[in-house]
Design a protein around this ligand. Structure first.
Ligand SMILES: [Zn+2]
Length: 138
C-alpha cells in the first residue's frame, strides 16, 4: 500500500472498527502508527473531559437536593434546641418570682403568729378580758 491512512481510517482504528487492510498498514507504517496513537490519545483526552464534565454536572444537579435534605435533617436539631431553651427558661422564670402559694403561706404564717401572740397576751393576763376593767378600778 503506497498511500497512508486517512483521518477516517485512523478514527476507525481508534474506535476498533477498522478494516483488515487499514490494520495491516498500521502494523508496518511508523508514520500512520504514530498518527493513530495521537488520535487515540486525543479521543481518550476528550472522553476523560466528557466524563469529568458529566460528573461535575451530576454534582451540581445533586447539590440543591442535598441542601434540601440537610435543611430537612436539621429540623429535629432545631426543634430539640428550642425545647431545651424553653425547658431551661421555665425554671429560671419560676425562680425569679415566688409562686403565689408561697406568698399566701407566708401571710398566713404571719397572721397565725399574730393570733398566737394575742392569745399569749390574753392568757398571760391575770384577769380575763371581760374582767380587766374591774382590775383598773381598784
Ligand atoms: Zn502509513
Amino acid at each position: 500500500m503506497n498511500t497512508h491512512l486517512t483521518a477516517q481510517q485512523r478514527n476507525d482504528i481508534a474506535l476498533g472498527t477498522a478494516d483488515a487492510a487499514a490494520s495491516a498498514h498500521l502494523a508496518v507504517c511508523v508514520r500512520c502508527h504514530a498518527e493513530a496513537e495521537a488520535t487515540a490519545a486525543a479521543l481518550a483526552s476528550f472522553r476523560l473531559a466528557a466524563v469529568r464534565w458529566s460528573e461535575q454536572a451530576a454534582v451540581r444537579a445533586w447539590l440543591p437536593q442535598s441542601n434540601r435534605r440537610l435543611k430537612v435533617a436539621a429540623w429535629p436539631a432545631w426543634a430539640l434546641a428550642a425545647v431545651l431553651l424553653v425547658g431551661m427558661a421555665i425554671p429560671l422564670a419560676r425562680r425569679q418570682s415566688p409562686p403565689p402559694a408561697a406568698v399566701s403561706a407566708q401571710a398566713q404564717l404571719s397572721r397565725d403568729n399574730q393570733l398566737l401572740a394575742r392569745i399569749d397576751t390574753e392568757i398571760g393576763a391575770s384577769a380575763p378580758a371581760a374582767l380587766q376593767p374591774l382590775q383598773n378600778v381598784q
